[in-house]
Ligand binder design. Structure first.
Ligand code: MTE
Ligand code: LUZ
Ligand code: MOS
Length: 768
């Protein structure tokens, strides 16, 4: 049995010994040139003139390309076509690419771009989502979702909590930066080797930019050194520039971003600002909820609409909100165009309600866990309290059982008392504790994207090659798909190899995103493998005059009664009998619906659940803190590969902790991103991981007919470290006996923690 087992990542050894090839490691073709981008130095301006003389005469420069050199369409927008490849007359953020220099080396190209002289006519710039909201400057029309009678529900509520919250964005910080390598082929062909989560979209962008057809372009991605959403749409710019240069010069061109350029040019997680008002009863039950959120979309739409939609659809998190009114807007700002990042708006939606629940608990003098429980969606066997604000019925709710298990194994109640005792005698160092739950909808919230294809080849020696539409970014999709195929054909995992993702093999694929990589491609590969299995079973049954249904495949053998044959012999015999040994496969997730106008439907195939408990210690004099212990429990269904899933949960936990604590994006007053390298942008390091880090999978077979009843794992656990943020808030609140809600914003940097401590101390002083 190959599924459900903790197999190592299929490239683990290659990763460790340094043999795994990333795009920049692929041997360069003779005559390869290197490109670099010239970037806007103004947040919003018209370009009066560009003087490129010094650039053109710089050492090693072969050519300089501007927007006018793009033979096709100057656009690489994800959904709406508002994203020029190279700015044409108008620049909309500091870092926007204006021209490309092609030189004989990467270094020479980078040195040359700096020699440009640009005359700008500056225009007013909008630099924050709040300012965009006030100016009604949006990249898309605002969204609104309401259920019930909020006005009346507020009238019935004994208490109301009202406030605002700012949650920062986040840089994807993939270890391998954006890169594309374009190699011209005969007859208008173009091969683009690209680090991308979305080869098909790269193919389309390149075709449009070159004025060619999709069938002229092949995009290949062996693997990425991380994507985290940052290479879902935003690999497009790099693919298009490399391809346009390669086509013009008829030579291979590589475009590789160095870290600073990558951070200054590309979009990140959307920061969000919320204004909220929530009514609740004496028991903490939420009766009415109103929220107005605005995201920092940046200068163009990119994926901001589906991100905002996911935020709206995750504002409930694990809570039933009977009467709600949710507004979401995508603020147009003169900054990088923000994009997908692990969770895709889900974390931004859910953290708002968690912040509110945290306040309700403190206002009532209750443990936040109790308030959370009061508001959970109903159990599956109860009627009522189980329909989301967007109309999907929750039929797989396990949050009650999952949280109960974690509450018990983490000794939450005992530690709550221990911490109270510790804080009572510790004037400077204060401990905090929090348990936060998560529910995350699985499927692309754009219904048609939920499809996938695969190709399985069985060769005459019995070895198996799989190609599917998913891309490998470290998350292990190739390992999981190989496990599915090995299981279907009853062969050991070593017999199955997964090849690079290639648009000439599987057509019209969706991005590997929305955590659906293994769900969709696993099903498609299973379909393909199953067709081959069926043919082989029929062949073998005929050979031995038996029943097809009695044929079994296991441990590298096919069996029928007393007859048995190795899979390799079977492949050879079947080939001689002219049985087709390869097949395609396809999958489209059933039962999904979504009406974007009413924001209603059943956009998700199922929900993944989880919870975590974090304990922190905060130095109230410096704002420094440490995570002492974190316990996580995650519902991966019948996990396809527990080792990989636990790795995903741990990785997402630490990545989400970085988002909410140390990773601060900071633009100066001119709109220049000043945190554009690891020197100024602090992602968590190994030493930030808690000494006591317990991650477990919750036993739970998916009620939906997913691949082997597993559940997606890629994004949802990013919500687990909410518990770190709320544990910090709990520690801050302890300085005034938990009587006030610390106005803590995310990221809770040491500076933000000190500010919140000061605010709480002032509230305490005033209340005497
Ligand atoms: N894990 C690693 N190691 N590297 C990544 O880039 N991306 C995350 C998640 N886990 C990522 C990762 C994101 S944003 C998504 S959507 C999923 O993986 C995509 O892969 P899957 O759908 O196959 O889980
Ligand atoms: N929806 C979604 C999307 O839920 N996740 C995604 O990554 C995505 N990408 C593009 C469009 N819709
Ligand atoms: Mo992940 S943000 O859906 O690429």
């Amino acid at each position: 049995k190959e599924v459900g087992k903790s197999h190592p990542h299929e490239s683990a050894i290659l990763h460790v010994v340094g043999e795994a090839t990333y795009t920049d490691d692929i041997a360069e073709s003779q005559g390869t040139l290197h490109a670099a981008l010239g970037l806007s130095q103004k947040a919003h301006a018209r370009i009066r003139s560009i003087n490129l003389d010094a650039v053109r005469s710089a050492v090693g420069v072969v050519d300089v390309l501007l927007a006018s050199d793009i033979p096709g369409v100057n656009d690489c927008g994800a959904i709406i076509h508002d994203d020029p490849i190279l700015a044409d007359g108008l620049v909309q953020y500091i870092g926007q690419p204006i021209f490309a220099v092609v030189a004989d080396s990467h270094d020479n190209a980078r040195r040359a771009v700096r020699k440009v002289v640009i005359d700008y006519e500056e225009l007013p710039a909008i630099l924050t989502p709040q300012a965009a909201h006030a100016a009604k400057s949006y990249v898309l029309p605002p969204m609104h979702l309401a259920r019930g009678d909020v006005k009346q529900a507020f009238e019935k509520a004994a208490h109301v909590v009202k406030g605002e919250l700012l949650v920062g964005g986040q840089e994807q910080f993939y270890l391998e930066g954006q890169i594309s390598y374009a190699i011209p082929k005969e007859g208008n062909g173009m091969l683009v080797l690209c680090s991308t989560q979305h080869p098909s979209e790269m193919q389309h962008h390149v075709a449009h930019a070159l004025g060619l057809h999709a069938h002229n372009i092949v995009v290949e991605c062996r693997r990425m050194g991380g994507g985290f959403g940052g290479k879902e749409s935003q690999s497009g710019l790099w693919a298009c520039v490399a391809a346009v240069c390669a086509q013009k010069l008829k030579r291979p061109v590589k475009l590789r971003a160095d870290r600073d350029d990558d951070m200054i040019v590309t979009g990140k997680r959307h920061c969000f600002h919320y204004d909220y008002e929530v009514g609740y009863d004496d028991n903490g039950l939420i009766l009415a909820a109103k929220v107005d959120m605005v995201s920092r979309a940046g200068f163009s739409a990119d994926l901001s609409a589906p991100v905002a939609t996911r935020a709206v659809c995750h504002f409930d998190n694990t809570y039933y909100l009977s009467d709600v009114d949710i507004r979401a807007a995508c603020g147009k700002t003169n900054t990088q165009s923000n994009t997908a990042f692990r969770g895709f708006g889900g974390p931004q939606g859910a953290i708002a309600i968690e912040y509110i629940v945290d306040e309700i608990a403190r206002n009532l003098g209750r443990d936040a866990l109790d308030i959370r429980k009061v508001n959970f969606y109903g159990r599956n066997d109860e009627e009522g309290r189980n329909v989301t604000q967007y109309g999907q019925k929750v039929v797989d709710n396990v949050i009650h059982e999952l949280v109960a298990e974690l509450e018990d194994t983490s000794e939450y109640r005992q530690r709550r008392m221990d911490i109270a005792a510790f804080n009572a005698t510790s004037p400077v160092l204060k401990k905090g504790l929090a348990l936060t739950p998560l529910k995350f909808g699985i499927a692309f919230n754009v219904t048609h994207l939920n499809q996938a294809g695969a190709l399985v080849h069985v060769y005459t020696d019995g070895s198996v090659l799989v190609n599917h539409g998913g891309t490998e970014m470290g998350q292990g999709v190739n390992t999981k798909v190989a496990q599915v195929v090995a299981h279907e054909l009853g062969v050991p995992l070593e017999n199955v190899r997964v090849s690079a993702t290639d648009t000439s093999k599987i057509a019209n694929t969706s991005a590997t995103a929305a955590s659906t990589g293994a769900d969709l491609n696993g099903k498609a590969a299973q379909d393909a493998a199953n067709k081959i299995r069926q043919r082989l079973a029929e062949f073998f049954a005929k050979l031995h005059n038996g029943e097809v249904t009695a044929v079994t495949f296991a441990a590298g053998f096919i069996q029928l009664g007393e007859h048995s044959m190795s899979f390799a012999d079977l492949a050879q015999k079947a080939y001689l009998a002219r049985v087709q040994l390869w097949s395609d496969g396809f999958y489209a997730t059933p039962g999904l619906s979504w009406d974007s106008k009413t924001m209603n439907g059943s956009p998700f195939s199922y929900y993944a659940y989880g919870a975590s408990v974090s304990e922190v210690i905060v130095d109230t004099l410096t704002g420094e803190w440490r995570l002492l212990r974190a316990d996580s429990l995650y519902d991966a269904g019948n996990s396809l590969n527990p080792a990989i899933d636990i790795g995903q949960v741990e990785g997402a936990f630490i990545q989400g902790m970085g988002w909410l604590t140390t990773e601060e994006l900071w633009w100066n007053k001119d709109g220049k991103l000043m945190t554009h390298a690891p020197s100024t942008y602090k992602i968590p390091g190994v030493s930030d991981c808690p000494k006591d880090f317990r991650t477990n999978l919750f036993k739970n077979r998916n009620v939906a007919d997913s691949i082997h009843r597993s559940k997606a794992v890629g994004e949802p656990p990013l919500l687990l470290p909410f518990s770190v943020f709320f544990a910090i808030r709990d520690a801050i609140a302890s300085v005034a006996d938990y009587r006030f809600n610390p106005p803590l914003q995310a990221p809770a940097t040491s500076e933000a923690i000190l500010k919140a401590l000061t605010a709480v101390e002032e509230m305490a002083a005033q209340s005497i």
